[in-house]
Design a protein around this ligand. Sequence first.
Ligand code: AHR
Length: 317
Amino acid sequence: MPSPVLRRALLLSTLALACSAQASKPLVMGFSQVGAESEWRSANTASVKSAAQAAGIQLKFADAQQKQENQVKAIRSFIAQKVDVIAFSPVVESGFETVLREAKAAKIPVILTDRAGKVSDPSLYVTFIGSDFVEEGRKAARWVLEQAKGGKALNIAELQGTVGSAPAIDRKKGFEEVLKGNAKLQIIRSQSGEFTRAKGKEVMEAFLKVKDGKKIDLLYAHNDDMAIGAIQAIEEAGLKPGKDILIVSIDGVRGAFEAMKAGKLNVTVECNPLLGPQLMQLAKEVVAGKAVPKRVTVEEGVFTADQAAKELPNRKY
Ligand code: AHR
């Protein structure tokens, strides 16, 4: 039987070991990604994964395959696993309230990233880091206004993103806000292409087949992937994308720069997917109990076809 002094010394060293193990335990983040629907999304996933590794954060990554129910399931599983922090990009804006309440009850902080969600109680998430999608829509529309200088009329076709998603709702809103009251700039067709190339092509084919006598002069695509799909459809219809039909889209991925360089896309509004490093920094601060801003935005630009060749080698995604 060790002496009381020895017993105390043993107890203290056990406690010290436990504390140091706790201190070196990596922060665990549960991350529910939208899917792999676009070039933008792949760049975002790569950024999150590499930034987690660089920050020494253990990442539990789940791909929702563009389905809300998969995201809810993943968040519930992160709660059951008692992760330190949950981050996710909501596939659609609404319908996450219940699962967010469950995370709050389990005292697990939630960070929204890329896409915002609509909740009646803002305390259900700590912070949101992502682009200003309404402003992106406005930027696209300002470029359209420049093309219509001198009172030129333009018939516009719109390829919307995923129905109910923040970027689809906000990019439409910002675009229409700027064009409002201009009778010569009409959106004559508008449908979702689900942010994918395949669907963008399919919907554009359908747009071009409608025989209502109205020619499409300009395409506004809520992302580059749908624009790239549409470019194929336009070429297959015997028309010249970028000339017979002007095209403006959003994201600024390499594929868009290549299309601009080839003269097939006129302009892309940047939406930065490289959110990983900022997200990991925020996660560390949130878990440490530090105060963080409720909204963190990202700086972005607009690129036209004449800048494409020079810019292409600098693109990081
Ligand atoms: O939420 C960001 C949007 O989602 C990107 O613009 C699009 O490419 C992606 O699928």
